[in-house]
Design a protein around this ligand. Structure first.
Ligand code: ADP
Ligand code: MG
Length: 277
């Protein structure tokens, strides 16, 4: 088992904040750093899946099958299109989500699958839907940490409290080790709105806010329509530069998280755990 595998959910129930853009480009940038990366698309809109150029018609096994059927073969659901692997989504996932309601432990099924994948990957990134519900809970149960994109705008900070309440609920129940990896700003420009959102974020979350801001650029908007990451579409532009900077911060935070966990184990006297780190 790869003790250093880090599972990150990119989450914010607000739509259009850059979750999918971040998941795709973070996955690619981590791969460029030599990490083995798996991206799991947990949004029925399948934007991440299509954004890396996968044609929905060609998908045989999707994340919905893995949640619904414990015998579905996971390796069939992986694509090697970009430099990372993908477990794709299809619109059928919304039906799976409706079926999950009321079925005990259905929100833990993906977490169980992910446990078996840790040995193969250094990072597993989960793109999440813009709603609270069984799929969001599925992501929060499978994840070690949550990376929270915040768009520059008037309503940006309003929903975060709700998201933190969800995270706390999962933490106090089924996934006690879940933590917030950090907050970062997306879709920034030179307006006062960007500055005010930044100030609000810093005053609310202080040093949990990553230094990197993802600037608003047309190239980032164009890339998914072409089925490309920003590193293929515009490798020398602002989008690639910002996502590389974000990736460096994420790698550092994730490795600190592993160190912190080993420290906790040391404190609690579990020396065996430390030897593996
Ligand atoms: P979410 O997954 O949170 O709904 P997306 O990543 O799909 O958000 O982004 C919403 C829209 O904004 C998409 O059209 C995307 O291409 C665009 N977008 C995201 N980030 C940027 C950016 N930094 N600059 C310009 N457009 C962006
Ligand atoms: Mg999305």
């Amino acid at each position: 088992m790869n003790k250093n595998c880090h599972v990150i959910a990119v989450a914010n129930q607000k739509g259009g904040v850059g979750k999918t853009t971040t998941t795709i480009n973070l996955a690619q940038a981590l791969s460029l750093h030599g990490h083995k990366v798996l991206m799991i698309d947990l949004d029925p809109q399948a934007n991440a899946t299509q954004g890396v150029g996968v044609d929905l018609e060609t998908i045989k096994v999707s994340v919905g099958d893995l949640i619904r059927d414990k015998h579905a073969r996971i390796e069939h659901a992986q694509f090697e299109g970009a430099d990372f692997s993908l477990i794709p989504s299809t619109p059928m996932l919304s039906r799976v989500e409706r079926e999950m309601v009321g079925i005990t432990n259905s929100e833990m099924r993906l977490a169980q699958r992910v446990e078996g994948l840790r040995e193969k990957f250094d990072f597993i990134l989960l793109d999440t839907p813009p709603t609270f519900g069984p799929l969001m809970n599925t992501a929060l149960n499978a994840a070690d940490s949550v990376l929270i994109p915040v768009d520059a705008g008037f309503f940006a900070l309003m929903g975060i409290k709700e998201l933190l309440t969800e995270i706390e609920e999962i933490k106090s129940g089924t996934n006690p080790n879940l933590r917030v990896l950090g907050y970062f700003m997306t879709l920034t420009d030179n307006t006062r709105m960007t500055q005010e959102t930044w100030d609000g974020l810093i005053s609310a979350f202080g040093n949990e806010v990553l230094k990197t801001k993802i600037r608003r650029t047309v190239k980032l908007r164009e890339a998914p329509a072409l089925g490309r990451t920003i590193f293929h579409h515009d490798p020398n532009g602002a989008g690639a530069e910002d996502y590389l900077a974000l990736t460096k911060e994420v790698i550092e935070l994730a490795s600190n998280a592993v160190i912190n966990e080993s420290h906790l184990k040391l404190v609690s006297g579990d020396l065996q755990g430390v030897n593996h780190v």
